[in-house]
Design a protein around this ligand. Structure first.
Ligand code: ATP
Length: 246
């Protein structure tokens, strides 16, 4: 680990970067995952590296959707496992969701490393590991079309963080409700999902875990297109403020 001074103005961002680099060195994260993170970091700068009002609304709606689901699944890739292993387990517990490992750039080595960190964080059952219970989603070329019959394939709600647009569209075509975390409000995933949380997954997962613990509310008025528009306007406001002070 490199020593990052505690007073660094972008300490959190550097710590996240370090987790991913360590994840890469430990076979958790793919090269492409580092590139995807770089894209995310750029958008995090634009949103001011804090959770916006619109993201908080999306988080509330996501907690309710997960809790109301019949069969919800949290899809886990290398970046997600490297950044939030404890929160994945807590969210699965609070919302009675399954956990499935699903990789764009699949390799047995990476699956093993992800399983190891999830188990270390408290996971009991993990889907997506047994070839015998795998099946294919239509409309995707990559390894990501391979899903677990008892996991994503039969789910009504799927949480897919840091996702690629093709798979989100394929999951929507398979009639799933989709929740995603995506710092880029302009991505195809952001536009296709039912609930898009435009925030850094490291901040938003903590809030989603806390929200999913709350009892009470069974429904909420939520419109993803309106929420995305709001996210874009929040970026615009942030940039205008920065321009004024430049
Ligand atoms: P699409 O295919 O949906 O148009 P894409 O080609 O960018 O988008 P990916 O490379 O799979 O698809 O995207 C990963 C997404 O995850 C990017 O939009 C990126 O902004 C986002 N992202 C990366 N790191 C984080 C993070 N820590 N928190 C939230 N989102 C992130």
């Amino acid at each position: 680990m490199t020593a990052i001074p505690k007073s660094h103005p972008r300490l959190n961002s550097l710590l996240i970067r370090e987790k991913l680099v360590n994840g890469f060195d430990n076979n958790l994260v793919a090269k492409e995952g580092l590139l995807a993170h770089g894209r995310g970091e750029a958008f995090d700068y634009l949103i001011g590296e804090k959770t916006s009002k619109s993201a908080k609304e999306a988080i509330k709606a996501a907690a309710i959707m997960l809790k109301n689901a019949e069969n919800s699944v949290i899809s886990v890739n290398g970046n997600f496992a490297a950044l939030c292993p404890k929160e994945i387990i807590a969210l699965a517990k609070n919302t009675d969701s399954k956990i499935e490992v699903n990789l764009f750039y699949s390799s047995e080595k990476r699956k093993k490393a992800i399983t190891k960190i999830l188990k270390k964080s408290g996971a009991k059952k993990i889907f997506g590991l047994n070839k015998k219970s795998s099946t294919k989603l239509l409309g995707i070329d990559s390894a990501r079309r391979i899903v677990d019959k008892d996991g994503i394939f039969s789910a009504d709600v799927v949480l897919v963080p840091l996702e690629d647009g093709d798979r989100t569209i394929a999951l929507k075509n398979a009639k799933k409700k989709i929740i995603t975390f995506d710092l880029n409000p302009l991505s195809r995933t952001a536009e296709t999902s039912d609930i898009t949380i435009v925030d850094n997954v490291t901040r938003a997962m903590k809030l989603l875990v806390a929200e999913s613990k709350k009892k009470g509310k069974k429904s909420i008025k939520y419109n993803n297109n309106k929420n995305l528009k709001q996210s874009i306007l929040e970026i615009k406001k942030n940039l205008e403020r920065r321009a004024k002070n430049a």
